[in-house]
Design a protein around this ligand. Sequence first.
Ligand code: URA
Length: 433
Amino acid sequence: MRMIDIITKKRDGESLNEEEIRWFVDAYSNGDVPDYQASAFAMAIYFKGMSQAEAAALTYAMAESGDQLDLSLIEGVKVDKHSTGGVGDKTTLILGPLVAALDIPVAKMSGRGLGHTGGTIDKLEAFEGFRTEIDEEEFIQLVNTNKMAVAGQSGNLTPADKKLYALRDVTATVNSIPLIASSVMSKKIASGADAIVLDVKTGSGAFMEEIEEARQLAEAMVDIGNSLDRKTMAVISNMDQPLGRFVGNALEVKEAIETLQGNGPDDLHELSITLASHMAVLGGKADNEAEGRELVEKTIKDKSALEKMKQFIKGQGGNAEAVDHSELLANANITSNVVSASSGYVSGMHAAEIGKAAMMLGAGRETKDDVIDHAVGIELTKKIGDYVEKGEPLAVMHANHEETENVAEMIRNAFAFSKEKIEKPTLIFDTIY
Ligand code: URA
């Protein structure tokens, strides 16, 4: 087979067969296909797209390009959740214990944060002693014992995707629906999931700013998952403002604990319950979402989800006492208000800018080697639809250094106001099976 023939076919809008796609993935991984040909191929896909069968073949070949987690020693249906990334998204910390309390095994590989979105691993490391570098044997044993474990991503998971994603990043070919869908799904398949619930975000803090693009991405991922025999569904949710009220690692952990205690903010509570209900359905514990919701809500009321959180944190060496005593989590030394320069209803918020402001306080990484400060972050005291008087706080910065005026300005500028009353935004736009 020759790479030039594969590029030509795709450039001319023809479909590639499974053999051709696998040949490309193998040859590119081995270094037999140079970056310039892979770039031309990615650009041809960007313009001509891929059929569902082509995207599924690309996903499967990339999933098989490196290590694959074998979770067959874990009993039950392993349901994974994936979010396309957002600001203040701490749902994994909530719905993990919610579904584990229903005896659905949660075996999750998670990443660290980069740029304006945070990573679950960073949040969990706000618990003193929490270990995320665990080998496969211990991971399986932890899930079998506690029904929940979260590990950092293995070094050799989907190397073909890693190489192709890095190339796409510098060749203006990231924003292709079949390439994003196969990239995300290859990692889910290699992580051993039997079923997958996707949270596809749309809005100012999301990868897909427009709802129609988010829908196309969700449909592409659901099609790929189902055609590879993984029960897959997606929820399209709003990321026009951060989820919940807190952005920053220990602050988000505290908010997740409050949600498990039944005292979380409405948007975070509702999205977590919705995703967990779908996980209960795919995990075989409920026949439909309403039934799943009833089961999941019960785990909050009877505190079994909170107990599950403690068991999970302890199992991975973390200080589980912090679940009941959140003052044991890192606290920042300085808190200061960001006051509003205008009066009116909050009509919009640039979620990505809030994420960047939190990063500048030290809560996130600009480059992958940056060290993060778990204590710092932002508390939003106003969200879309709330009324604010000039001089009233919009947010509180939790910082460990004094020079925060530029961050305060960034936060202020992230807000938009209206004199007219503004409705609370829709949280969940659609559900796709
Ligand atoms: N996230 C991924 O994992 N892959 C993409 O292609 C885009 C976002």
